[in-house]
Write a protein that binds this ligand. Structure first.
Ligand code: ADP
Ligand code: MG
Length: 679
């Protein structure tokens, strides 16, 4: 049987080359594309008003009887327009149509119609509708679909094509969902849902149809994401046999939080199994993800294997390197650092050590470790990422060694709905607890005339031994970030020579040589400077527990999650920390955003709000890929359906890992089509 979903739309009656071109511009090539080109919105012709009560200049529906046949009238410009009158029994309105000779035949005397358009009242008090849409009252559809149209195709033409498709092909529409699911969730059949989403009888029908179609979309998506994992399950991995966590804990300078202990044991349990771990470690800034990574690496090495840790930036890689060197001192564990600025000669030496197995732990930037680094026995790969990698990019990771265990540490908390999509193929451990003794960071948002006060506050704190970050004003970016550098340099010069002439300032920006950056960071860490004037290069992961103040200029230019991440640079020690957001923007959204930050330190809540304010596309910025676009579901409103779809997808794949059973066949087809675009 021919699959009607993949049938070319030119096969439909009434669609020739020109129409087909219009459809192609809308991304519609097959009947399936057409049927899933859902209405943008609906016109409700149900709520009719009387002529008298119709609000001025607002689109409304009026039920009225045509009083006389439309008469042609020549306009001054020589065009023909048609005019007639209609009454609802009380009021009368004039109806005027341009360029539509069909009205003469359509609008018959004494027949009742629904007119849909804007009412205008002229100076003499007469009511008029200009070119209203109309339909015979006795047979009118009360809800009309409105499609995104283009120059070649009107919404009406699209509706017509959809109707043709539904009428001529509906008996060929095979149900895509297994019948037990339809029963369980009381879903509409596919056939009914498609008819109802395009030509609904009432609002309830739209709701039910949407529910069914959203469910199907999310189920397919989850099946796709989860089946990335199914293939994995088959393969064996490096199994951890001995748990050395206790030993690690005795080296760690603090008591691990309960959340850290739980995360470590969840991971170790995964790593004891015969299939590789695939896990996401989610935790707010400062929740101590590094310690979890350290515990796992310690375990891995003590079991005789190697591991790799990949960081998004050099500064961060170096910081991790130093942390681990300190933690693992005198343990016989050999740690190497591999980044873009490692000299060619050293790179070669280090890579030799990695290949021979002499290096136990390799820490570096992502690109360097993934390119041509060959391990002897890499059992664990940890990425400390900025939620930049999608499902597909992660696949590249697996090529390191024979299916190592994989742990992804997300630097930013992500709302659960989004993590099910982006990290849907991973199990999740959450650090929902901060190390003991942390105080909430006090956050305020102030306008720029507070600068003087802020500067004196900083000076006072510095005298008490505190350190401070000042994140520079954002400037328009240019290609090499020159403007960014300039603004940071200028600001640094200004502060250093005026208000802060008596305290120690340092400058850090992205265009500095790596060596210089490291020197600056190290000096600041060692307490050799009081104030670090910097650009957003400090955003990710930098850990200087003694820094207790962060000032962020032009706070309105940053995303909420980014601000939260920046703020996470402080609040790492025992003293009270402060975050000062400076912004002169008065508009409501800016205020709302900054208020959220002032009112909570909970990264998950902030992420939810950020998602609400920006939408999922912007949440990740343009860099996020590997995310199929959704036609009907919304992560904002459909989270409950998403969770249900997730559970069902898991159940289906458990029983039928490759979707080979007859009842899952149509799902499998849909799935291949969905993921064909992104892989
Ligand atoms: P993040 O989750 O943001 O990566 P880090 O791993 O950088 O957080 O940890 C933040 C700070 O908390 C570091 O200074 C680290 O040494 C400290 N820390 C981590 N775990 C604990 C703990 N259990 N008790 C006290 N301090 C801890
Ligand atoms: Mg970190």
């Amino acid at each position: 049987m021919q699959d009607i979903f993949t049938t070319d739309i030119r096969f439909l009656k009434g669609i020739g080359e020109k129409r087909a071109e219009g459809f192609r511009k809308l991304g519609i090539e097959t009947v399936g594309d057409l049927l899933s080109f859902y209405p943008r919105t609906y016109e409700n012709w149900n709520d009719t008003v009387s002529v008298k009560e119709a609000p001025e200049d607002t689109i409304t529906a009026i039920k009225a009887i045509v009083i006389s046949r439309p008469m042609p009238i020549k306009t001054r410009s020589g065009k023909i327009m048609y005019r007639t009158c209609a009454t609802d029994g009380v009021g009368i309105m004039t109806l005027t149509f341009f360029n539509n000779r069909f009205v003469v035949n359509d609008l018959k005397e004494d027949e009742e119609f629904i007119f849909f358009g804007k009412i205008k009242t002229n100076d003499l008090g007469a009511k008029e509708m200009l070119s209203p849409k109309y339909e015979k009252a006795s047979t009118a559809a009360y809800i009309h679909p409105v499609y995104s149209q283009n120059a070649l195709l009107s919404s009406k033409a699209i509706a017509k094509a959809v109707r043709t498709a539904l009428e001529s092909l509906s008996e060929k529409l095979t149900e895509t969902l297994p019948s037990d699911q339809i029963m369980k969730y009381r879903l509409m059949s596919l056939k009914d849902a498609l008819r109802s989403i395009h030509f609904p009888k009432d609002e309830n029908e739209i709701k039910s149809a949407r529910r069914r179609l959203i469910y199907e979309e999310l189920l397919t998506l989850q099946l796709g994401i989860l089946s990335h994992g199914t293939a994995e399950k088959e393969k064996t991995a490096y199994r951890i046999t001995n748990d050395h966590t206790k030993q690690f804990m005795s080296r760690f300078p603090f008591e691990l939080t309960n959340a850290q202990k739980r995360a470590v044991s969840e991971c170790v349990n995964d790593m004891k199994l015969s299939s590789p771990m695939r896990r996401l470690l989610q935790g707010d800034v400062g929740s101590g993800k590094t310690a979890v990574a350290a515990a796992l690496m310690y375990n891995t090495v003590k079991n005789g294997f190697q591991c790799a840790l990949m960081a998004p930036t050099e500064v961060l890689a170096r910081q991790h390197f130093e942390t681990f060197q300190y933690l693992f001192r005198e343990s016989g564990i050999n740690i190497e650092l591999l980044t873009g600025s490692t000299t060619a000669k050293n790179k070669r030496l280090i890579k030799e050590k990695i290949m021979s197995g002499e290096a136990d732990i390799v820490i570096g930037t992502h690109a360097v470790i993934t390119s041509d680094t060959v391990f002897r026995c890499c059992a664990l790969v940890i990425t400390d990422e900025q939620h930049r990698f999608g499902v597909n990019q992660r696949a590249a990771l697996k090529d390191k060694g024979e299916n190592p265990h994989v742990l992804v540490m997300s630097a930013t908390p992500i709302p659960r709905t989004l993590s099910l999509i982006i990290y849907g193929d991973l199990s999740i451990s959450v650090l929902d607890e901060k190390p003991k003794g942390r105080k909430e960071i006090k956050t305020v948002a102030v306008p720029s005339y507070y600068h003087e006060r802020i500067y004196s506050f900083i000076k006072k704190e510095v005298r008490a031994g505190n350190q401070c970050y000042i994140v520079c004003p954002m400037v328009e970016e240019n290609e090499e970030g020159v403007a960014d550098r300039k603004s940071a340099e200028e600001y640094y010069e200004l502060l250093r020579t005026t208000v802060f002439s008596d305290i120690r300032c340092l400058l850090l920006h992205g265009q500095m040589k790596q060596k210089k950056k490291d020197e600056v960071m190290q000096a600041f860490k060692n307490g050799d400077a009081d104030v670090l004037i910097c650009t957003v290069v400090i955003e990710v992961g930098i850990d200087v527990p003694n820094a207790g103040i962060i000032v962020i200029e032009n706070a309105e230019c940053f995303g909420l999650s980014q601000l939260h991440q920046l703020r996470g640079r402080v609040g790492r020690g025992e003293r009270q920390s402060h975050c000062i957001l400076i912004s002169d923007k008065e508009n409501e959204t800016t205020k709302k955003r900054l208020d959220i930050l002032c009112s909570t330190n909970d990264g998950f809540r902030i992420a939810e709000e950020d998602l609400k304010l920006r939408g999922p596309g912007d949440f990740f910025g343009s860099r996020q890929s590997g995310l199929p676009t959704m036609k009907i579901a919304s992560l904002m409103t459909d989270s409950r359906i998403l969770y249900a779809a997730r559970d069902e997808a898991q159940r289906i794949l458990e029983a039928d890992p490759y979707l080979e059973k007859e009842e899952n066949k149509t799902l499998k087809n849909k799935l291949s089509a969905l993921f064909a675009d992104i892989s």
